[in-house]
Design a protein around this ligand. Structure first.
Ligand SMILES: [Zn+2]
Length: 186
């Protein structure tokens, strides 16, 4: 079981966008048909896409052969970087970002696929890609620091790796940073 910590875990944001997400928990997203598999050099991009709520398969151990197989299955769009013509010749569901920087890569993907960057923030675990579900406080109270249990009432748990999330001020900072990444001119 993973226990969320200030430096690792986002917790859950108390903001209008996040409340909207809570209503969406367990319900299909409008763009549920869009899913990705990110090349191994795109770990930070993968985590940011998960933060936006998009199903993004990623492992730093992904091989080209594994990604080619995923591409041939035709479900996920492969995200890679640089010149992809040789590695993914003949495969159409491959998108190659040009930037070496994750924020710019995210903007490229958001623009290319017209991703919704607000509706499903933080509905997916950034660590493992599984959905996050609301849980009763009593079921996790012995798995979080006492001060966290004392200060918070709303808890969520990743259905995959078990990571526990809760509302925290650091979440607002992270999402503000994300908004700044997506709108650098503002
Ligand atoms: Zn997880």
């Amino acid at each position: 079981m993973f226990i969320a910590g200030e430096s690792l875990s986002p917790g859950v944001l108390e903001c209008p966008a996040w409340r909207g997400c809570l209503r969406l928990h367990g319900q299909p997203m409008d763009q549920a048909s869009i899913s990705f598999a990110a090349d191994r050099m795109l770990g930070r991009l993968a985590r940011m896409l998960r933060l936006l709520g998009y199903d993004t398969d990623y492992s730093p151990r992904f091989t080209t052969a594994a990604l080619q197989e995923t591409a041939r299955e035709g479900v996920r769009t492969i995200l890679t970087r640089g010149h992809a013509e040789n590695r993914f010749r003949g495969l159409t569901n491959v998108f190659s970002v040009q930037s070496e920087l994750a924020p710019a890569q995210l903007r490229e993907v958001v623009e290319r696929f017209q991703l919704d960057t607000r509706s499903c923030l933080w509905t997916r675990c950034t660590l493992c890609n599984a959905r996050i579900e609301r849980v009763e406080k009593a079921t996790v109270v012995d798995q979080v620091p006492p001060k966290v249990a004392e200060l918070h009432e709303d808890f969520f748990r990743c259905s995959g790796c078990g990571q526990i999330y809760w509302q925290g001020s650091h979440v607002e900072r992270i999402l503000k940073n994300l908004a700044a990444l997506l709108n650098p001119e503002q």
